[in-house]
Write a protein that binds this ligand. Structure first.
Ligand SMILES: NC(=O)c1ccc[n+]([C@@H]2O[C@H](COP(=O)([O-])OP(=O)(O)OC[C@H]3O[C@@H](n4cnc5c(N)ncnc54)[C@H](O)[C@@H]3O)[C@@H](O)[C@H]2O)c1
Length: 325
């Protein structure tokens, strides 16, 4: 049993992680400002005696210090997320994703914290040209005049900071680079493709694909991702390392759209729009994003393997219930 802080614990991944930690008898403090998360995400555990929910921002350093006080394990998930939000407000991205991470690492190094999990992202690889990305590969960001790279850069700085705290103070830092995590409670408002496609299809379509849909992605189910995070943190040997966390089953966005349509209503139309209509003139995307998960498997003893078919069934069932269909 450990005292855990989960920043962003009312978010999509954070709420699943919070449930998992409580089920293992840990004490959990959630700190979340509900900017992209939802209060209702914690409904299943709201009255749990080991859960404390604190409402507020990680940018409030007094509150952050109070929430971190006494924590033995910190899971830092709160961040400005979503391609759309990041493209529209790069300043908020940088301010939310960099300074509070430094502050939290400082509190952790001064306190009683034995493990610090940092939620990073496949976006740190930027436009990496390789087939299956490995943790020690180089980073390929686009120009600073394109705001979307602010997200990956801010998370890369977080990684540098976390590894520096590990090196200088011996803090047990584990970094997880999430690759397209999907599942119940994920919302489509901020550019997440699976909930967006499913919701459009359930409402009768059309399903809108950006560009020609040839972009390649891998989708991992949140329950398996959370299992991997927990296993990594439980394994002390993961400290000081970076891990890709995601599925390695590649699918194009057009294939994804077709799979969603086949499950909901084959008559639904696919509409193609250029990126600039979705994200503004300065947008550039990543063509192929596939992780190598060998290191994850070595240290966590598992990797996300659920088929896209099962993942979509789960997301569709959840969305139908949410929309009362
Ligand atoms: N979902 C994915 O596919 C994915 C991929 C790569 C990385 N990630 C990372 O995983 C983490 C969780 O993402 P998610 O998909 O669950 O998104 P999410 O938006 O559901 O979760 C983020 C949570 O952080 C909270 N938050 C944001 N700013 C805050 C602030 N200033 N103070 C307090 N709380 C704040 C939000 O309200 C939300 O509950 C993020 O760090 C994100 O960068 C997610």
């Amino acid at each position: 049993m450990a005292k855990c802080l989960v920043t962003g614990g009312a978010g999509f991944i954070g709420s699943h992680l919070t449930e998992r930690l409580l089920s293992q008898n840990h004490e959990v403090v959630v700190l979340d400002n509900l900017s992209t998360g939802r209060d209702s995400n914690l409904d299943a555990v709201r009255d749990h005696p080991n859960l404390t929910i604190r409402s507020g921002s990680i940018t409030d350093s007094v509150l952050l210090g109070e929430a971190a006080h006494g924590a033995e394990v910190i899971y830092h998930l709160a961040a400005a997320v979503g391609v759309k939000l990041v493209a529209e407000d790069p300043l908020r991205t940088i301010e939310t994703n960099i300074y509070p991470t430094d502050q939290l690492l400082r509190f952790a190094a001064q306190g009683n914290v034995r493990k610090f999990f940092l939620a990073s992202t496949s976006e740190v690889y930027g436009k990496h040209p390789g087939d299956a990305w490995v943790e020690d590969d180089g980073l390929y960001f686009g120009p600073t005049s394109r705001p979307r790279w602010a997200y990956g850069c801010s998370k890369a700085i977080d990684e540098f900071l976390a590894l520096a705290y590990h090196q200088k103070y011996g803090l047990g830092v584990t970094i997880g680079r999430f690759f397209n995590v999907v599942g119940p409670r994920q919302v489509g408002n901020y550019g997440m493709v699976v909930p967006r496609f499913v919701e459009s299809a359930l409402k009768g379509g059309p399903v809108t694909v950006y560009d020609d849909g040839s972009q390649v992605r891998c989708f991992g189910h949140v329950s398996e991702v959370v299992d991997c995070v927990y296993s990594l943190v439980e394994n002390d040997a993961s400290a000081g390392s970076v891990f890709n966390i995601g599925s390695n089953q590649a699918v194009s966005i057009l294939e994804l759209a077709q799979a969603v349509i086949d499950k909901i209503d084959p008559d639904i139309e696919i509409r193609f729009i250029p990126y600039n209509e979705a994200y503004g003139a300065d947008f550039e995307d990543v063509q192929r994003r596939v992780p190598n998960t060998d290191r994850l498997y070595e240290f966590a003893g598992q990797r996300p393997a659920m088929t896209l078919d099962r993942i979509l069934d789960d997301v569709i069932a959840w969305k139908k219930a949410e929309l009362s269909l």
